[in-house]
Design a protein. Structure first.
Lengths: 129, 129
């Protein structure tokens, strides 16, 4: 589904700019850390974020990922949110801190935050570069 | 409208990840070069691109811009497309090549392309970092 030429971006520390559709059908986009297991792309959210409510209302999602080493090489993925997983022990967000910061523990943890994991199944992709 | 602390990103060579809404209400996102004149944000498109059709159908748009020097500093802008300008002499896209590549002429010009300029009026912004 995702071109072999650009699959390395899914293993990289590039950010994914995640677009969802808001309550009035308007687009929203912001950057996130993400993980890839070969089938699904995952990112963390707190339950207070609008993106969390957006994907519960409309699971359609798009991600734009640019090669940090080459701004003219990028991947756009369109897909849908197929699961929202709990992350009670912060295992996933700590794994993201490991990937992106080289730290064992997510440093910006706030006790009042409830973290969940958005699981995306890619359905279509385009690439450039 | 845009926090003074993050206005420098609009003058930087960061990419903007532009989210629009597709024909079936689904989100779409991809990176673009952009310019900023203090009031409007502009980016180039060819008339064959889906993003061009999207903003004619629904002018609502969102942009995510990350500081190239600091991935934890970013700006999200929501707004609307207020004009679509012609670019018959490729003045705008050549200006973007100057900004991003330091070249006077856009190097990937294809004679068959019709280039237009999407003009965005920011209505709301959020920032981090």
């Amino acid at each position: 589904m995702i071109s072999e030429t650009h699959r390395d971006l899914l293993e990289s520390t590039a950010l994914a700019h995640v677009a969802t559709v808001g309550p009035n059908g308007e687009p929203q986009v912001n950057p996130v850390w993400f993980g890839w297991d070969g089938t699904h792309l995952r990112f963390s959210q707190t339950t207070t974020r609008q993106k969390y409510r957006n994907v519960q209302r409309d699971p359609r999602i798009a991600l734009s990922i640019v090669d940090p080493a080459n701004p003219y090489r990028y991947l756009e993925i369109r897909g849908k949110v197929v699961a929202i997983e709990a992350d009670p022990d912060w295992e996933f967000i700590n794994g993201m801190a490991k990937k992106y910061l080289g730290q064992d523990t997510y440093p910006w943890r706030r006790p009042e935050d409830t973290r969940i994991v958005i699981v995306v199944e890619p359905e279509h992709s385009t690439q450039m570069g």
